[in-house]
Design a protein around this ligand. Structure first.
Ligand code: IFG
Length: 533
């Protein structure tokens, strides 16, 4: 009887080869890991990014040891989850299985102790005190977010190979020190444009993971544009089904179901990052207009658009259905978004008159507020009277940013010539655009959100956000190439003290993060402006 079993030796060969390849990958990973510079404990302490408010080294080291424990001072779910987060970051490379336990006693030898203490409001929402002693580590904060930010510091104090996914046989030593740290600005963010090209949930989670390593706390998702509508709206399903079916270049596009959007929001929350959804309007709306003929002035739906022009589309401001559409969309997105913000775009729309545009923004602001959210818009919204609870995002027009501030509105600083991560680094960059100029690593670091524009005071600025527009960006590798090494600089601009900042000093610290990015398998641009360790 002929059977598929005529060549048992072939199957055996396949099994042997598979084992060799698999072990090879592990060995390769081990070889790869062995090439990662461990740096010495003191250098790691002096290479923290963002630079802490205050660091006082002391002359000893603490070592992670097998059998160590993580203790938390109260067993609330969020504090325990932070302990578990830290354990999950330490276990793979150490091979330890670090338990997280609750204790009300003082920290025990060899342990890491996480505690919420309510005596020190000066630490605010995200500040922390980190005391690294020869016998234990004590991390305290006023709020859970502060503990979470402090954990990122602990990670950076360990050898870079702590970020490897396989067991590394090295000493897990940390320079002893006392650190007091808290952010300068409350808004330290990045924007991912998932409309020009769509990125699946796991890519967005990776983006969140990498942002959180540098204490960023705001993820702005650009969910709709001319080329794509990326979130299901149950009352207008064709927005995603038709409007999400392509992308720049004509690819297959995609969209998040409401469950997937909820999954992204939850993952961000676990990293103490607030998600800000943007539905861009009235411009940048070809995907929506193409999905519903009735949204168009002439009742005819335009074709889907896969190019990269801007400014050609607009909702029909004098049609009642336009405001039913906006109300339904914002209602559903507000219900899915625990954060207090809804971004309504407002950029690059040229057909309506300034007064019609202003009336539109006023109506949209009322809709957003009716669902208990604060409206954010690109700075063009300053052409309309604004509630002081609304927020303007500066990108390209200083006058409009100042107009917003004059209305008592706070600004998020995203100056295109400094913060647009889709700008090429230099001539050699194979991805990105150049309309706002080149932004090399040094340019990305060398500016301040308050002095960037005249007429803007520190109290007017919520903080900084670095957008990654994706006309030319298609994969997570592309994202990582444009975001690293520039993102840590934005994170530092948002977190660290302004005084005493210098590129030369920062560049040395940044160079010491190359080994961490190798361990994290980040596809970073090895800029010649930095001396990589
Ligand atoms: N400007 C557009 C974006 C994007 C960008 C690319 C804003 C607010 C140019 N609007 O930036 O949609 O196309 O660099």
């Amino acid at each position: 009887m002929s059977s598929g079993n005529n060549y048992p030796w072939v199957q055996r060969l396949i099994i042997v080869l598979s084992c060799l390849i698999l072990s090879g990958i592990c060995n390769l990973q081990t070889l790869h890991a062995a090439s990662i510079n461990n740096l010495n404990p003191k250098l790691r302490l002096l290479s923290l990014i963002p630079k802490p408010t205050s660091v006082k080294p002391t002359p000893s080291v603490f070592k992670l040891t097998k059998g160590m424990k993580i203790y938390v001072n109260n067993n609330s779910d969020d504090i325990t989850a932070i302990g578990e987060f830290l354990a999950a970051k330490l276990n793979p490379a150490t091979g330890y299985e670090i338990p997280v336990q609750t204790t009300s006693n003082p920290p025990l030898n060899g342990s890491i102790y996480l505690a919420i203490v309510n005596e020190d409001p000066s630490l605010g929402e995200e500040g922390y005190d980190l005391s690294i002693n020869k016998n234990n580590i004590i991390l305290t904060a006023f709020r859970p977010a502060g503990l979470f930010r402090g954990i990122q510091t602990i990670r950076q104090l360990l050898p870079p190979r702590i970020e490897c996914a396989t067991v590394q046989r090295i000493s897990w030593d940390i320079q002893t020190a006392t650190i007091k740290d808290y952010p300068r600005f409350e808004w330290r963010g990045a924007m991912l444009d998932v409309a020009r090209h769509f990125f699946k949930v796991s890519d967005v989670k990776r983006f969140i993971e990498l942002m959180s390593y540098y204490k960023m706390n705001r993820l702005h998702l650009h969910l709709s544009d001319d080329q794509g509508w990326r979130i299901m709206i149950n009352s207008w399903p064709n927005l995603a089904i038709h409007g999400g079916s392509t992308a720049v270049g004509g690819g297959s596009g995609g969209y998040y179901t409401q469950a997937e959007y909820t999954e992204i929001v939850a993952y961000a929350q676990a990293h103490y990052i607030t998600v800000i959804p943007e539905i861009d309007m009235p411009g940048h709306t070809n995907a929506a207009l193409s999905s519903y003929p009735e949204l168009n002035a002439n009742g005819v739906a335009p074709p889907l658009y896969t190019g990269i022009k801007v400014g050609f589309s607009s909702l029909t401001l004098d049609k009642a259905i336009t405001y039913d559409f906006i109300n339904d969309v914002i209602k559903e997105i507000a219900a899915l978004t625990p954060g207090p913000y809804i971004h309504i775009g407002g950029d690059e729309v040229f057909s309506p008159s300034h007064s019609d545009y202003a009336s539109f923004i006023t109506r949209v602001q009322n809709i957003v507020q009716s669902y208990g959210k604060r409206m954010i818009g690109w700075e063009e919204i300053a052409r309309s009277p604004l509630s002081s609870s609304s927020i303007a995002q500066h990108w390209n027009n200083a006058e409009l940013a100042r107009t917003a501030v004059k209305q008592g509105v706070k600004v998020i600083m995203s100056p295109a010539p400094k913060a647009y991560m889709d700008m090429m680094y230099n001539y050699s960059t194979r991805l990105g655009q150049t309309w706002a100029g080149f932004i090399d690593v040094k340019d990305a670091y060398g500016w301040d959100p308050v002095t960037r524009l005249s007429g803007i005071a520190e109290s007017d600025v919520l903080g900084v956000e670095a957008p990654l527009w994706t006309e030319t960006i298609q994969t997570i590798d592309d994202i990582e190439h444009m975001v690293f090494p520039r993102l840590p600089g934005y994170a530092e601009i948002g977190w660290s003290l302004k005084d005493g900042k210098s590129w030369d000093e920062y560049a040395v610290r940044l160079g010491a993060h190359g080994p961490r990015w190798k361990a994290l398998d980040i596809n970073y641009y090895p800029s010649p402006q930095v001396r990589w360790k």
